[in-house]
Ligand binder design. Structure first.
Ligand SMILES: NC(=O)c1ccc[n+]([C@@H]2O[C@H](COP(=O)([O-])OP(=O)(O)OC[C@H]3O[C@@H](n4cnc5c(N)ncnc54)[C@H](OP(=O)(O)O)[C@@H]3O)[C@@H](O)[C@H]2O)c1
Length: 284
């Protein structure tokens, strides 16, 4: 579905946070293609945006009419909810009318951030509450291990209804410029749940490669992350996400993509078929 350009307002751009990330990059590209004035929210943009340096927020928000909020690294980390609440406040004071929040399915802290946005009376809002992204297999997280042909996973991970970041971006970009998504919370998943090893097996088949999957106890997995040099707070985050979000609470599919766009979500098979020819996973 094409994004409307009828609400163009060149004097008041749309700020897209995480503009170089998996959803933000796609949101930015869709808005630009539809002719909307956009401002990239990034630590390397001008003006820069840095979650941990509130002094950067004012310039990034100046003259902005709507914001796509993709918090980094995750709404569940200590202090994140307070930070996004302060950001909503700064945005409202700067004259922002609408926020589209990327939230995480099954994360209690993310749901606190949603409730705070819903209660922010000066702001119109849309919430896209997403399951794990397909693109975690091709744009970071598991990419290096897939390319190396051997992936290690902790035991106990439930089946997940992974979603395509392109579906999230289709909805978020539209919600930033179209009031029919106003005050809606969309629970976004792909069309079916499957396990991490099943996802890896599909990628292996499409690339004609052998990708070994080793499943180890969660404590050993946490040890491996630390040995690999991942900072302590990020090790905590990965283990928290694996043990909280992937405990089975998120396995049922939701229907937010159909509700928002009137079409079914993209499938993992479609994503794999699109991605394998790019060569990002190696041989085919
Ligand atoms: N990945 C998933 O499966 C998933 C599922 C559900 C929800 N989410 C939510 O999606 C959000 C993004 O997660 P993601 O891991 O997928 O990352 P991502 O969207 O790929 O975003 C990464 C970008 O964030 C920017 N960034 C990093 N630290 C920053 C900071 N301190 N201040 C400002 N910008 C910063 C970086 O851009 P610059 O270097 O340009 O600043 C980087 O390109 C998180 O809130 C997460 O909870 C993710």
């Amino acid at each position: 579905m094409a994004i409307s350009s009828s609400t163009r307002d060149d004097a008041h751009p749309i700020l897209v946070l995480g503009a170089n990330g998996k959803t933000g990059g796609r949101v930015l590209q869709r808005l630009r293609a539809a002719g909307h004035a956009v401002r990239a929210g990034s630590r390397s943009a001008e003006p820069p945006f840095e979650w941990e340096d509130r002094a950067t927020w004012k310039a990034a928000l100046k003259g902005v009419r709507a914001v796509y909020v993709a918090y980094q690294p995750d709404l569940c980390v200590p202090g994140a909810v307070d930070t996004v609440i302060a950001f909503y406040d700064a945005a409202a004071k700067a004259g922002v009318e609408r926020i589209v929040l990327l939230s995480g399915r099954g994360e209690p802290e993310a749901h606190d951030a949603e409730r705070a946005l819903q209660a922010a009376t000066a702001l119109d809002w849309t919430i896209v509450r997403a399951s794990w992204f397909f693109q975690n297999f091709s744009e970071n997280y598991f990419l290096d291990e897939i390319v190396a042909g051997a992936i290690t996973l902790p035991e106990g991970l439930a089946a997940e209804p992974f979603i395509d970041a392109d579906d999230i971006a289709d909805i978020a970009a539209e919600a930033l410029v179209d009031s029919r998504h106003s005050r809606k919370l969309y629970e976004l998943t792909g069309p079916q749940a499957f396990t991490f090893p099943e996802a890896i097996a599909q990628i292996a088949r499409a690339t004609h490669r052998q990708i070994d999957c080793r499943i180890i106890p969660m404590d050993d997995y946490a040890g491996l992350l630390a040995e690999a040099g991942l900072p302590k707070d990020l090790c905590w985050l990965v283990v928290y996400l694996f043990t909280t979000v992937l405990d089975g609470r998120n396995t049922p599919v939701a229907h937010g993509v159909e509700q928002a766009l009137g079409r079914p979500p993209r499938t993992f098979a479609d994503y794999v078929a699109r991605t394998a020819p790019t060569g990002v996973w190696g041989a085919r």
